[in-house]
Design a protein around this ligand. Structure first.
Ligand SMILES: [Fe+2]
Length: 491
């Protein structure tokens, strides 16, 4: 089924539900209403609907129109409440010249949400208006009776938010091809707390309304009360705009992160191009380090720092003095080794040029040739004085050196690699890390088949971002973008 057809069928279903809800609400015990009540709520409803301003990404909720919906139902009952809310929406939709499908959905959604809310309120024994809000009567109501009425109201408010968000999230999900629950969660949860607290404003509105039905002056006073509510709507818009701003900042930061990682990857490839035997070495060391760090139970942020250090651990070899050493066929002389050993400090110097890598990543790079017994280089530090990330990279580096073909020998089999690691416990390597590595299913799998390590290893955050970008690039998902935005803005 096409997205277009699915949306049309869904909107038709909501429209039929609206008629059914109105029929049911008509059958409930009548609530006495007067033309003034309906007229003033209609006016306030239209003002609220038209005072909406759209936010860039929109939120399914985030509007104070619901205060009006709850108040209108408390005063006029389920039927007239639903009818008034639907007519207010209809007028605002006609004023905004929205197309038929949007208009049908938005108006029907109002009737269903308000109607069902006050059907629930009726079954929770809620009264119109709640007696404890009435002048003279209010003070004679017992605390228990008032609590029951407040309970009925909160039950109705919860029903309203559930139905409203479910109806709107479903149409957004259908129009965008995204899962309903994911849409509901991303658009609704962040503001649900505000909505529930703000729903109590509806009780205040009703309290004021029942005191202002005595004459034209007091009725004008009720209208005056509605001005701050319409003003409060803008506070919600500001919240929504702030959320959009944070999302944009997040997106910009992740794009930057993606660019930095891609550039680093290119830099590393350029270095490795000099030596065919180490091609892909940094990427594999990065993948192995990631596997070990993850198995160790480190946080995603710690794993990412170690991954970055692993990717860049030999970056200092880009300096010209290392070129002849990397290309030399035979063994290195003692002098040449002395030069070669400076690569870890050279790498650390280069990595420290990136402000975001200063500190832990730089020290992991600097110490990736240290040994547990203190006989490594450049500083000869030992044991836990060597940063954990550097100890992990040392093991990953050694594994990759053993499992790749060299001019003087072929790749060593898994069992030989593991026994070499065992032999290096407490001299070259951290014993705990060796045990963890040997027992790691992931590491064994990567050693047996290094092609399993992806060409580019993005961070989890960037991976999510890339998935979303792919979704956005799908023209089928874009088709109803305009409808989705309108549906987002409508509530
Ligand atoms: Fe190295």
């Amino acid at each position: 089924m096409t997205i277009d057809r699915a949306v049309r069928i869904y909107v038709s279903g909501v429209a039929i539900a609206a008629v059914a809800v109105l029929v049911v609400t008509r059958a409930l015990p009548a609530v006495s209403v007067d033309a003034w009540g309906i007229g003033i709520f209609l006016l306030v409803g239209c003002l609220l609907e038209l005072s909406r301003t759209t936010s860039k990404s929109g939120g399914v909720t985030g509007s104070l129109v619901f205060v009006f919906h709850l108040a209108v139902g408390l005063v006029l009952g389920a039927f007239w409440g639903a009818v008034t809310a639907a007519i207010a929406k209809l007028i605002s939709q006609l004023y905004e010249r929205n197309d038929g499908l949007k208009l049908a959905f938005n108006v029907s959604e109002r009737a269903v949400s308000v109607g069902l809310t006050f059907i629930v309120y009726y079954f929770l024994r809620g009264q119109h208006p709640p007696p404890f809000l009435l002048p003279n009567v209010g003070t004679q109501i017992t605390l228990g009776a008032a609590a029951l009425q407040i309970g009925a109201f909160l039950g109705a408010a919860l029903t309203y938010f559930s139905i409203n968000s479910a109806l709107v999230s479903t149409v957004v999900a259908l129009a965008t091809g995204r899962p309903v629950f994911k849409t509901w969660r991303s658009n609704t949860v962040w503001v649900l707390g505000y909505d529930l607290s703000a729903s109590l404003i509806a009780l205040g509105v009703v309290w004021f309304y029942v005191r202002t039905t005595g004459g034209p002056v007091s009725r004008l006073a009720f209208l005056a009360l509605c001005v701050p509510i319409i003003g409060a709507r803008h506070v919600y818009n500001k919240l929504s705009t702030l959320k959009d701003l944070f999302a944009e900042l997040d997106s910009a930061y992740e794009q930057l992160e993606l660019n930095v990682r891609e550039q680093l990857q290119m830099m590393v490839k350029a270095i490795e191009a000099r030596d065919p035997y180490t091609s892909g070495h940094s990427r594999r060391v990065c993948g192995l380090s990631r596997a070990i760090a993850t198995d160790l139970g480190l946080t995603p942020e710690q794993v990412e720092e170690i991954e970055n250090a692993a990717l860049l651990h030999d970056v200092g070899k880009i300096h010209a003095e290392f070129a002849p050493l990397l290309q030399k066929e035979g063994k290195l002389t003692e002098e040449e080794w002395a030069v070669m050993k400076t690569h870890s400090t050279k790498s650390a110097e280069l990595v420290s040029l990136f402000s975001r890598f200063q500190g832990y990543v730089v020290s992991c790079v600097r110490h990736h040739h240290e040994r547990w017994d203190g006989r490594g280089y450049p500083d000869g530090v030992a044991g836990e004085a060597i940063p954990l990330g550097a100890r992990i990279i040392t093991i990953a580096d050694t594994i990759d050196a053993m499992t790749t073909n060299r001019p003087y020998r072929g790749a060593l089999p898994l069992e030989v690699v593991l026994s070499e690691l065992n032999r290096g416990k407490n001299t070259q390597f951290d014993e705990t890390l060796v045990d963890l590595t040997i027992n790691s299913v992931t590491v064994r799998r990567l050693i047996s088949d290094p092609t399993l390590i992806p060409e580019y290893i993005p961070s989890p955050k960037i991976r999510d971002r890339m998935t979303e970008a792919r979704e956005r690039a799908n023209p089928k998902l874009q088709k109803f973008g305009a409808f989705r935005r309108a549906a987002n803005d409508q509530a």
